[in-house]
Design a binder for this molecule. Structure first.
Ligand code: FES
Length: 120
């Protein structure tokens, strides 16, 4: 049975991009508010063990029309870019955006009565 650990309250993370990092069971876990959904991911980059969740939320560049080199962002604000060497991961899945052989653990989150729990 999973351990259910209180990590924050909804009031602590009111806006998109708000985050809190806490150690739970010996693992540093970050909970993000992503457009009103709470997502938990390890604060650990699988490249060289950098503090992944201290990086910036970003999106993935793409072209919508290659003839005109029109650049847009996909999943803007849903990707976390490691502050050390810029490897970028999807906060929701933990997958590296360029190579899904690399991924960071994600955790289930439960919200009840304004409190946010992480399940380990
Ligand atoms: S440690 Fe994260 S990109 Fe290198």
């Amino acid at each position: 049975m999973a351990n259910r650990t209180l990590i924050a309250t909804v009031a602590d993370l009111p806006d998109h991009g708000d985050r809190i990092i806490q150690e739970v069971g010996g693992v540093e876990i970050c909970v993000f508010n992503i457009d009103g959904e709470y997502r938990a991911i390890a604060n650990y980059c699988v490249h060289e063990a950098g503090p992944l969740c201290e990086g910036s939320l970003t999106g993935q560049m793409c072209t919508s029309d290659e003839d005109e080199w029109h650049w847009e962002y996909e999943r803007d604000g849903e990707l976390i870019e490691c502050p050390w060497h810029s490897w970028t991961f999807d906060v929701k899945t933990g997958d590296n955006v360029k190579d899904d052989r690399y991924s960071v653990p994600t955790y289930d989150v439960d919200v009840e009565d304004g409190e946010i729990f992480v399940l380990l």
